[in-house]
Design a protein. Structure first.
Length: 288
């Protein structure tokens, strides 16, 4: 926020969802805005009536940007005016920018995850990725890794058969990758771990109230695998601890969270995000 003051020209950005009381987005975005002395403020809105919330954004010229979280990432697509083909294929977005009354939607979860993996030195082209969980985050990551990084094969595991088959069908029809799907259980996890090059946890297992729990038994890890957990609180889940103990590349969800937030910041402001300041504030909030 410019000079720590709000004026008649100050623009607003917000995270919307239900609930949003736990969100760390206001802290990291406002720290970045303050550091760059930008005339914006970032707040959190609990939203139940999404249609009217989006109409309100469209009618308010000062409402510049919106971060969209659970449960609105899918429904919000029907209220934006423009969206790229990849995000339409994914079927969910987490960012909306108000361009003079035209609402432009985009997703930063997939690109944020891809950057986290690439920055960690994970090879993706031609590889097999095992994805545990088939929800919204898994959709974004799977489509992005296939279309932007050249992943050859995706093995999906989930306990929800309808959600699992829905994502599998969409990936088969919307990409050229080999796609297989399994109901998640000890046998299917062991099978997929036998050949997966990269393992991605897109479930909440590992975060409260299931800290200290991993969906992948440690004995199933193989040399040369890379492991990515979208959970960012705790910073290092049991899954990542087990992977590190085997000498594997282990990528924390903190990296994806920072990347997607930095991309949103740049969409909102048009300037480069102060990534290290955003990271510092997030790590402080996480108690690191």
């Amino acid at each position: 926020m410019k000079e720590n003051s709000i004026t008649s020209s100050t623009k607003i950005c917000a995270v919307i969802g239900n609930p949003v009381g736990h969100s760390m987005s206001p802290a990291i975005h406002n720290a970045a805005l303050n550091l760059l002395n930008l005339d914006l403020v970032y707040v959190a809105f609990k939203v139940e009536d999404l249609k009217n919330a989006m109409a309100g954004m469209r009618s308010l010229p000062s409402f510049r940007g919106m971060s969209v979280t659970i449960p609105h990432k899918i429904e919000v697509i029907q209220y934006v005016d423009e969206i790229n083909d990849l995000d339409r294929s994914i079927g969910s977005i987490n960012t909306v920018v108000n361009e003079n009354g035209k609402l432009v939607g985009m997703g930063t979860d997939g690109p944020g995850a891809l950057k986290a993996l690439v920055d960690a030195g994970v090879e993706l082209s031609g590889k097999c990725v095992a994805m545990v969980g088939a929800g919204g985050v898994a959709r974004a990551i799977a489509f992005t890794l296939i279309q932007k990084a050249g992943v050859r094969k995706v093995s999906l595991l989930d306990i929800d058969e309808q959600m699992l088959q829905g994502l599998a069908d969409d990936l088969r029809s919307g990409t050229s990758a080999e796609v297989e799907s399994f109901i998640s259980n000890s046998d299917s996890i062991a099978t997929v771990m036998g050949y997966a090059d990269v393992v991605v946890n897109c479930t909440p297992i590992g975060m409260h109230p299931k800290e200290g729990v991993s969906i992948i038994p440690a004995e199933l890890f193989r040399n040369g695998q890379a492991v990515f957990d979208v959970v960012y609180n705790p910073i290092e889940t049991k899954l990542l601890c087990d992977a590190k103990a085997r000498g594997l590349i282990a990528v924390s969800g903190v990296e994806m969270f920072i990347n997607q937030a930095a991309m949103q910041f740049e969409y909102f402001t048009g300037v480069g995000a102060p990534v290290e300041e955003m990271r510092r504030v997030l790590m402080e909030k996480l108690g690191s």
